[in-house]
Design a protein around this ligand. Structure first.
Ligand code: LIP
Length: 282
């Protein structure tokens, strides 16, 4: 019910702030770096520490809830979406940015982390906190999306040739996958699609929040996981975005691919140019 969801939301925002402090503090320090599925899939001790902090704080408040955490899953934990209220957690989305202290400008350092609750298979809240810039993105089913209290709205772009897109290289170095990514990139760059440009920001959550705020018109990626897109998904949706599978079919949160656009027209247009990559499900 409403009161309960309000409590989930308030707790999520306050846990996000606390975890953000830990990430921010660690951002400027030397890090111990390890790899997961392959040599370009990075993890640091902060990812693990922050995930434990978040899950610990939430479990204390909501002992009957379920949890899916990026680092818990990569060390053999379960990734089961059921009807139990479930928190999906990515402690640092943009670990590669975190490792490199990626610095766009003196202030703009990207690093998010996110939380969501799924209730009866519907995502009801999403929180993405960019702790370096102190930007708290939130979305709640039916109640809109906000960044630091300002309501977010997608752009009104309907013409692909004046759109700004975002995608990512991703972690996989499988040659056939890289080929598909390059072909997709080329098709969007060339006539007749001829988009204005394509960015790479290093974080699925931040990319989706960029579509939600109208800064970008579309984002697509293959190889992401449910924790990369679930929280930002509801933020984007509540800002008016269209979320689909890159084939144009309905989105499957566990299928490891996503296309987020400012509206349906741009979704149909982008999908026409994308060749899909099939990946093992989460
Ligand atoms: C990252 C994603 C990003 C993708 C990276 C990685 P992580 O998440 O947000 O879009 O390109 O390969 O998966 O691992 O930093 O949480």
């Amino acid at each position: 019910d409403e009161k309960e969801i309000q409590e989930f939301f308030d707790v999520a925002v306050s846990v996000a702030r606390k975890a953000g402090e830990v990430v921010k503090e660690a951002f400027y320090k030397e890090k111990t770096i390890d790899t997961k599925s392959c040599g370009t899939d990075l993890v640091t001790e902060t990812d693990q520490q922050v995930e434990a902090l978040i899950i610990g704080a939430l479990k204390e408040k909501f002992p009957s809830h379920s949890f899916i955490g990026e680092e818990t899953v990569s060390s053999g934990g379960k990734c089961n979406l059921t009807n139990t209220p479930t928190w999906i957690i990515d402690p640092i989305d943009g670990t590669t940015n975190f490792v490199h202290k990626w610095d766009n400008s003196k202030e703009l350092k990207i690093n998010n982390w996110l939380l969501i609750v799924i209730l009866q298979v519907t995502v009801v809240i999403g929180v993405v906190y960019n702790c370096i810039k102190d930007e708290m993105y939130t979305g709640r089913k039916g109640l809109g999306a906000f960044c630091n209290g300002v309501q977010l709205r997608c752009s009104s772009c309907t013409d692909l040739s004046s759109a700004l897109g975002i995608t990512e290289l991703g972690a996989s170095r499988e040659p056939s996958e890289i080929e598909v990514r390059i072909r997709n990139f080329r098709r969007l760059a060339e006539e007749p699609a001829r988009v204005h440009s394509i960015r790479m920001q290093g974080s699925a959550a931040l990319n989706m929040c960029s579509v939600a705020s109208g800064a970008a018109d579309f984002y697509y990626e293959y190889g992401i996981h449910v924790w990369d897109i679930a929280a930002a998904g509801i933020i984007a949706e509540e800002a008016g975005a269209t979320l689909v599978d890159p084939s144009g079919e309905p989105l499957d949160l566990m299928a490891r691919r996503v296309l987020v656009t400012c509206n349906k027209t741009i979704a149909q247009e982008v999908a026409k140019y994308l060749e899909c990559i099939d990946l093992p499900r989460d």
